[in-house]
Design a protein around this ligand. Sequence first.
Ligand code: SAM
Length: 214
Amino acid sequence: MGRSGSHLDNRSWQRELKRLQAAAGGDRDRWQRRRARQSGQRSGAHDPLIRMGEFFLAVNPDEGRLLYLLARAARARYIVEFGASYGVSTLFLGAAAADNEARLVTTEVHPDKCRAIRQTLREAELDSVVTLLEGDARETIPAQEPGIDMLFLDGWKSQYLPLLKSVEPLLAPSALVVADNAFHEATADYVDYMMTNQRWFSHRVGNMLVSLFR
Ligand SMILES: C[S@@+](CC[C@H](N)C(=O)[O-])C[C@H]1O[C@@H](n2cnc3c(N)ncnc32)[C@H](O)[C@@H]1O
C-alpha cells in the first residue's frame, strides 16, 4: 500500500489503529487502579527506564494526524521516533513513511511493548517500512545513519534535550523535530534550547513543539 492511494485507507491499518486507540482509552482507569494499589506502600523495585508498561501514553487522534501531515508535507524519506510505546504514533508515522516511499526507525525499551509493536506492525502491513530498535534509544538512535528528515520525540521527557543534541549531527538540512508534551517542567531545558538556539526555528502547536533545523 502507499504506492497507489494512501496507507490511511488500508483496512488492516485502520483496524489496528482502532484497536490500539480503544485500548489506549483505558489509560485513565489503569492509572486509578495503580494509584489505589500503591496507596500506603512504596515500591522499591523501580527501574527508571523500563516502567509504565501498563500504559499507552499515546498521542491523541489529532496529534497523530498532525504527525502524518507534517511527515507528508516535509516529504520525509527517513523518519526516527523516540518512544513508540504500543505504537499509536508509530502507525501514523509509518503510514506517512509508506506513502512517502520512505522508512521509519522507531525505538522502545520496554520488552512487552516491543513484542506488541512487532505484531501490530505486521498486522498493519507496515513491517517492511518500519524498523523497531529495542533498547535504550539514547544508545540506538545516535548509532543510526545520518540524513534524518524528521524526528519525533516522545520518550521520557528529561531525555529530550540530551537526545536531541546527540542526534543533531545526524539531521538533514531542514529536518523537522516534533516533541510531544513539550511544555512540562522536565522539558523546560529542551524548549529553552529550541526557542533560543539560532539553528532552530520553533513553534508551539497544542502540546507539541515543532522545530525546523536550519
Ligand atoms: C509517551 S510513551 C510513547 C507514546 C507513543 N509515542 C504513542 O504516541 O503511542 C513513552 C515511551 O517511551 C519509552 N521510552 C522512554 N525512554 C526511552 C528510552 N531511553 N529508550 C527507548 N524507549 C524509551 C517508554 O518505555 C514509553 O513506552
